[in-house]
Design a protein around this ligand. Structure first.
Ligand SMILES: Cc1cc2nc3c(=O)[nH]c(=O)nc-3n(C[C@H](O)[C@H](O)[C@H](O)COP(=O)(O)O)c2cc1C
Length: 185
């Protein structure tokens, strides 16, 4: 079986993050061919062009990690109808310099969860817009999840409800199909 490396980027690292729980659920329900690696974004400084001549180690570690993966899975909260600054900052670092843009032709799947009824829908639309200018290959379809109760997904990624688990598993299956398709292209 061909294995694909997937960088897992989560837009929240707070204790008890529901998006971290969703990320674990994706990992536990996805096909075995997908091998997920968590990649941190928090230790990078805010993007500043003055740092371009000597990029911080944290930035180089991040861009190297993304380059080594076949695809990226972004699981993110919606902040004020957009994405958290930590994710935007990581995208900005990765987009420069243009000739070395790490997002170009990269397969990227996105999802997210919030307690609200539209479950990150507007934040994801913003993210899709940001990734379009990067020439990323963004997975079609939309996967928004309302985190209805605190025990919907536990810290290990076990999903209480069968239909929610199947919905999350379908996201992983679609990512698997897309990454295999692009690898064969
Ligand atoms: C700064 C901030 C802005 C937020 N804006 C939104 C929003 O626009 N839409 C929404 O559904 N929830 C919003 N929320 C609530 C988050 O969905 C909720 O705090 C969620 O638990 C955050 O994800 P996490 O648990 O993975 O950290 C916001 C939370 C914060 C802290």
């Amino acid at each position: 079986m061909t294995k694909y490396k997937i960088a897992m980027l989560v837009g929240s690292t707070r204790t008890g993050s529901i998006n971290q729980k969703l990320a674990r659920a994706i990992e536990t329900t996805a096909p075995d061919s997908l091998q997920f690696t968590p990649v941190t974004m928090e230790d990078m400084p805010w993007y500043n062009g003055d740092l371009e001549s000597n990029r911080p180690d944290s930035v180089n570690a991040f861009t190297d990690a993304i380059r080594q993966c076949d695809a990226v899975c972004m699981v993110t909260p919606e902040y004020n109808r957009s994405i958290p600054g930590v994710l935007k900052n990581a995208i900005d670092w990765g987009s420069k310099p243009p000739a070395e843009n790490i997002w170009k032709d990269k397969v990227i799947a996105m999802t997210g969860t919030s307690p609200g009824g539209i479950g990150t829908a507007i934040g994801q639309q913003h993210l899709r817009q940001i990734l379009a200018i990067q020439h990323a290959i963004v997975m079609p379809g939309e996967t928004y999840i309302t985190f209805k109760s605190p025990d919907m997904i536990d810290d290990a990624g076990h999903v209480a409800d069968d239909s929610v688990r199947e919905f999350i598993a379908a996201f992983g299956e679609r990512l698997n199909k897309l990454v295999a398709l692009m690898a064969s292209a």
